[in-house]
Design a protein around this ligand. Structure first.
Ligand code: ZN
Length: 233
């Protein structure tokens, strides 16, 4: 009497172990994969890089406006002080005041333009920052889920291995040897079920002699097509 139930169960356990390993590999790869976050950080750096010189320029223009205004004020003070009597000198001061006022107006225009550009650049920085926050949160959430899954899979793997060892002890040695020889050639699935009169793995219907022999379980019977061991439950 060929006893295939335990070995068939071992095969199921081994397939589950292999599937778990495959998923663990995917998880490891996914945990190392944070390109989206890196790209979002780089976009934020670029946006900040565009904003910084505009802010610097604004400050420098404000300072220049202030200096310019003080110069004009001091020229006006001199003009109306009564200390300067020479008409040529008075004319020069008036011209200086005119020129400072013209410069003031140019600086104000330039400052306004720069501030508008800085406002746009700041909006881009805020947008990039919020995008970075959102992808970071998504990655962290996924990361957490993956870590949980990883822990579960590892514990499951240990349990499956123990279960496998326990069951293997009950398998007849020659049968196990045959199973191990066939395993690499049959995609880790050397045993197929006889379902009705068909092989559960390749799906091919067996001839009557094969199907009957598999049901009698007096000898090892192989699928007519894929040559797996047929187990009639
Ligand atoms: Zn088959």
């Amino acid at each position: 009497m060929i006893e295939l139930e335990t070995l068939y169960r071992v095969q199921e356990i081994e397939l589950e172990i292999l599937a778990g390993h495959k998923r663990l590999k995917e998880i490891t790869a996914a945990l190392e994969e944070n390109e989206v976050v890196v790209a979002a950080q780089s976009a934020l750096d670029t946006a900040q890089g565009a904003l910084a010189p505009l802010q610097k320029q604004s400050r420098s223009l404000e300072l220049e406006i202030k200096t310019n205004r003080e110069k004009a004020k001091s020229a006006e003070t001199r003009l109306y002080s009564g200390n300067v009597k020479n008409p040529k000198e008075l004319q020069d001061i008036q011209q200086e005041i005119e020129s400072l006022k013209k410069r003031h107006s140019e600086l104000e225009d330039h400052l306004l333009e720069t501030m508008l550009e800085a406002e746009e650049a700041e909006a881009a920085v805020n947008e990039a920052q919020s995008h970075l926050d959102s992808v970071t949160a998504a990655f962290t959430a996924e990361h957490g889920q993956l870590l949980d899954e990883q822990t579960t899979l590892k514990a499951r793997d240990t349990a499956l291995r123990q279960n496998r060892e326990k069951r293997l002890a009950g398998v007849e040695p020659d049968l196990l040897k045959l199973y191990n020889t066939l395993r690499p050639r049959k995609g880790n699935q050397p045993i197929a079920l006889l379902v009705g009169s068909s092989c559960s793995v390749c799906g091919v219907e067996q001839n009557r002699m094969t199907a009957d022999a598999a049901r009698r379980r007096q000898e090892i019977v192989y699928c007519n097509s894929c040559e797996r061991i047929l187990y009639a439950r």
